[in-house]
Design a protein around this ligand. Structure first.
Ligand code: SAH
Length: 519
């Protein structure tokens, strides 16, 4: 490094990132990540999570090395030393908690030897994240006063170091990490040691991720369940506790199609109602063809009466360009800010702005009327997607206002599913698919084809419903309010209204099909 002040070595901080969801990061973890000059991470920490917390720090990925012969831990440790010696603040971020199955001892050794300052920030480890997601207690006064955490994966060429005979006798709960690859081996070990095959077991895969899956089973059948179910890593298995799914959407699997990074609200609302989700984003958000129009609009921001954000992405892109231009919120002057819906409003607030208006009805039509209410011959700047709708501009212009529109991001329909997604929608018993915009609805028809006729469709709005019509599809429900909560309410109402008479998952919804497609 050129800076002479930088010859003083930086610090190394081991940070637990939790199981993957951004809101399971601790406040301290967020602070350390924000202060980092360089972030050393592995595959368990989603890139998106780091993007949100600190998009500026250099990132160094460390491949997880399964080769027992090498010592990837100490190689990573030496890397941390090298980076800190450059005078940089180094954060070594690990999935879950850094002290649990994280090769911490090996990574720490060179750091301590180099005499560097070290700090540890705990994280939510997979065992407790999974227990919470499944709603099962890990201890109980009656029959579980010990919790054991063990690895399910051991090198094939050495005898098991896990003492199954002793584990099987413990009055407690076992949480198996790295659980799926060798489930036959460890479950057989416990059974052979006399553990009851009827012992309740909970499998939790990709806990807190958009495709989290939870299943209650037993020790005797869990190996066969895992084999059959194609469970994806990372997964833990809790032995000794399970709970039947509960809530109005218990046992329902809902396909969520929102773009990556925007599925959070919907996924959370579905899970809160007891449902499970499969996230298959159908449109991808990317950069617009050119930044110039947005950049110019940002520089002229203070000349507008209103700046209107049509989506969360618009707010994100606006903020990113503001930073790229080395500007900040002062450039907005007295311009007022409007958001088309509550999620967009929240994104503005997260970025430190106050939102002056969110229309009562989260649709372009409602927004035009409300915006125009207190304003004559106003100047409006609309921040929108490449495929946004025209109603708002037309509505405002009809009322005599001046409107400039800039494209802040491009939304492109995906042209194909990847192999995992294609396999998952065939293998898993999908009940519902949620469609949250006309372009997503069209993409769903293209990518899922006939399968759409076997799933119940939940549409977020009349325009989304209209996009399905040309394809002879009708949603089973349409949300009253165009929000995540609104759509989940509609689904719950439908399923509860039809309680007991629901056709099994995967059977055609004849009632919702036009005559030509029955068969
Ligand atoms: N330090 C991590 C564990 C790393 S070992 C922690 O404290 O959680 C990797 C194992 O952790 C995986 O094989 C899996 O068993 C578990 N794991 C990590 N993240 C998980 C997640 N989101 N869902 C389920 N299991 C997870």
């Amino acid at each position: 490094m050129q800076d002479p002040a930088a010859t003083r070595p930086g610090r190394v901080c081991f940070v637990g990132a939790g199981p993957g969801a951004a809101d399971l990061l601790t406040v301290r973890a967020v602070e350390r990540l924000r202060d980092a000059d360089v972030i050393v991470h592995d595959a368990l920490v989603p890139a998106r999570l780091l993007d949100d917390v600190n998009p500026h720090a250099e990132r160094v990925p460390v491949e997880r090395c399964r080769d027992q012969g090498l010592d990837p831990g100490s190689a990573t440790g030496r890397l941390l030393v090298r980076l800190a010696m450059e005078g940089r603040n180094v954060v070594r971020v690990k999935g879950g908690d850094p002290t649990v199955f994280g090769r911490l001892a090996e990574e720490l050794e060179p750091v301590r030897q180099a005499g560097l300052a070290v700090e540890f920030v705990p994280g939510v480890t997979a065992a407790v994240a999974a227990a919470a997601a499944a709603g099962v207690p890990l201890t109980s006064r009656a029959d579980a006063s010990i919790v054991s955490i063990l690895t399910g994966r051991e090198a094939d060429d050495k005898d098991s170091v896990v003492d199954f005979a002793r584990l099987a006798k413990l009055q407690g709960t076992l949480v198996v990490y790295m659980a799926v690859e060798q489930v036959a081996r460890w479950s057989a070990g416990l059974l052979a040691a006399g553990k009851d095959p009827e012992t309740p077991v909970t499998i939790v895969s990709r806990c807190s991720w958009p495709d989290e899956r939870i299943e209650a089973t037993t020790l005797g059948t869990c190996a066969a369940d895992v084999e059959r179910g194609g469970w994806r890593s990372p997964a833990v298995v809790i032995v000794g506790a399970s709970a039947p799914p509960s809530g109005p959407l218990a046992g329902r699997l809902v396909v969520v199609t929102r773009p990556a990074g925007q599925e959070g609200d919907l996924v959370a609302a579905i899970r809160a109602a007891g449902g499970q989700t499969l996230h298959v984003p159908l449109v991808a958000i990317g950069e617009p063809p050119a930044w110039r129009p947005l950049d110019e609009a940002i520089r002229a921001a203070s000349t507008y009466d209103w700046i209107v954000f049509a989506s969360v992405n618009g707010v994100r892109a606006f903020g990113a360009r503001l930073a790229a231009l080395r500007l900040d919120g002062r450039i907005l002057g007295t311009a007022r800010l409007a958001a088309i819906g509550p999620a967009t409003r929240r994104q503005l607030e997260l970025a430190g702005y106050r939102c002056d208006l969110t229309p009562a009805v989260a649709r372009s039509e409602g927004l035009a009327a409300e915006l125009a209410a207190g304003c004559r011959r106003g100047r409006f700047l609309l921040i929108r997607a490449s495929r946004g709708r025209e109603e708002l501009r037309l509505g405002l212009e009809a009322l005599g206002h001046h409107v400039d529109e800039v494209v802040a991001y491009e939304s492109r329909s995906r042209s194909a599913l990847d192999a995992d997604e294609a396999e998952a929608v065939v293998r898993l018993p999908v009940d519902w698919i949620v469609l949250t915009s006309p372009s997503i609805a069209t993409a769903a028809v293209q990518l899922f084809g006939e399968r759409m006729r076997h799933w119940r469709i939940a549409s977020i709005s009349p325009v989304t419903t209209a996009a399905l019509e040309p394809h002879g599809l009708r949603p089973a429900v349409e949300a009253d309010r165009a929000t995540a909560a609104g759509i989940v309410e509609a689904i719950c109402r439908h399923d509860q209204g039809a309680a007991g008479v629901l056709p099994p998952a995967g059977s055609p919804m004849a009632a919702h099909l036009p005559p030509t497609s029955r068969g």
